[in-house]
Write a protein that binds this ligand. Structure first.
Ligand code: WQD
Length: 351
């Protein structure tokens, strides 16, 4: 069984990808310092797959601790690198925190890839590298524009670091540009665990629907779109996860070349913010309290993917649409709420 190192394995996309990799026959180890995650999702992975995944609670910004993982695991066949900070707004307020964390961790990891000659490397990138595109849908050849945030710059720089690294190392690399990850595993045993108040639309919707948030502010309805609100390409986290497994299999089959491959991971369909809100109400029967507010600085007006390359070269076929994304996200939110009630009842000795 080939062993894959997943960084950020306790996180939202990392945990879903571990499930998919295990189901495809891989052995997994995780590295996650739990600064923005908890090992709770590892329990969900074990319930779904029956496999207990070892997590190394290591900060990848510490080279010696990172190196020690490779000393202990001489049989790492490939790496999927998720671990990074990803809150757009926070990155604007704390740029150095983002550049240091996201880039030092990547460089430390690549130093180990180089020294231990790890042959396959998959990088978690983002459609944010396109900035505000002039034409949509975007293909992998759509030119990058200035990023809208330091977070976006760390993804652009991360891609460039990997491309230059791959030119002089026998490591086959793939960059996966996610559009808007959302939803949860259909079992509701793993999902998104926002650490603080969520910034992203779908968790804001589900937390508003369950009563954790008072309501939703739609950031602008005066854009040049069909209903005035922004357009996004929401991709189910399980579809995203499977794309990583396909990408790793793709690398393992192909000859190692100095060229890095890039793939867009979106459904190819764009929905407006207001359409997403209304679809949630339709799918769940829960009416949402929302109001129109001012535009959010840095928001891209409209973006969705041309995903032909991933379909053709990875054999990737997204299985979930917007309604599935919203219904699985809602099922997960309801499960979280039940668990929190159970936890608080136990704490006060009610059962
Ligand atoms: C989507 C739309 C908001 C919240 C970012 C990163 C991307 C990825 C996902 C990491 C926008 C609107 C949102 C709210 C709203 N990050 N919105 N009210 O900004 O497209 O993408 O997060 O993987 O790389 O760039 O996602 O969900 O924050 O916003 O109206 O309370 O929903 O204005 O138009 P975004 P988002």
């Amino acid at each position: 069984m080939k062993k894959i190192l997943v960084t950020g394995g306790c996180g939202y996309i990392g945990s879903h990808t571990i499930v998919d990799l295990i189901e495809d026959g891989f052995e997994i180890i995780s590295v996650d310092n739990n600064s923005r995650s908890s090992e709770q999702l590892l329990k969900g992975i074990e319930k779904i797959t029956g496999k207990k995944v070892k997590n190394y609670k290591v900060d990848l910004c510490d080279f010696n601790d990172t190196n020690a993982i490779f000393v202990e695991n001489e049989d790492i066949a490939g790496i999927i690198h998720f671990a990074a900070y990803k809150a757009v707004g926070e990155s604007v307020e704390k740029p150095l925190l983002y550049f240091e964390n996201n880039l030092v961790s990547l460089i430390n990891l690549l130093k180990c890839v180089e020294f231990y000659k790890i042959p396959y490397f998959v990088f978690s990138s983002s459609c944010t590298v396109y900035g505000n595109p002039d034409h949509i849908p975007v293909t992998e050849n759509t030119p990058m524009k200035p990023a809208e945030s330091p977070y976006g710059y760390t993804k652009q720089m991360g891609e460039q670091i990997i491309e230059q690294f791959a030119k002089v190392n026998k490591t086959a690399c793939v960059l996966l540009r996610y559009f808007n990850p959302a939803g949860a595993h259909p079992s509701a045993l793993i999902g998104e665990l926002p650490i603080d108040k969520p910034q992203n639309l779908v968790p804001v919707i589900t937390q508003s629907a369950i009563g954790k948030l008072p309501g939703i502010t739609v950031f602008g309805d005066d854009y040049d779109t069909r209903d005035g609100s922004c357009i996004r390409d929401f991709i189910h986290v399980s579809d995203l996860a499977h794309a990583h497994t396909l990408a790793m299999r793709y690398l393992m089959k192909k000859e190692i070349t100095p060229d890095t491959e890039v793939f867009n991971l979106g459904t190819g369909s764009g929905f407006t913010v207001l359409e997403t809100v209304k679809t949630f109400e339709k799918v769940t029967g829960v009416s949402l309290n929302y109001k129109i507010g001012p535009r959010r600085p840095g928001d891209v007006i409209a973006i969705y993917a041309n995903n032909d390359k991933a379909r053709q070269q990875l054999g990737w076929e997204p299985q979930f649409g917007l309604e599935d994304i919203l219904s699985t996200a809602w099922k997960w939110e309801q499960k979280l709420s039940e668990d929190e009630k159970l936890f608080s009842r136990r704490n006060i000795g009610l059962n």
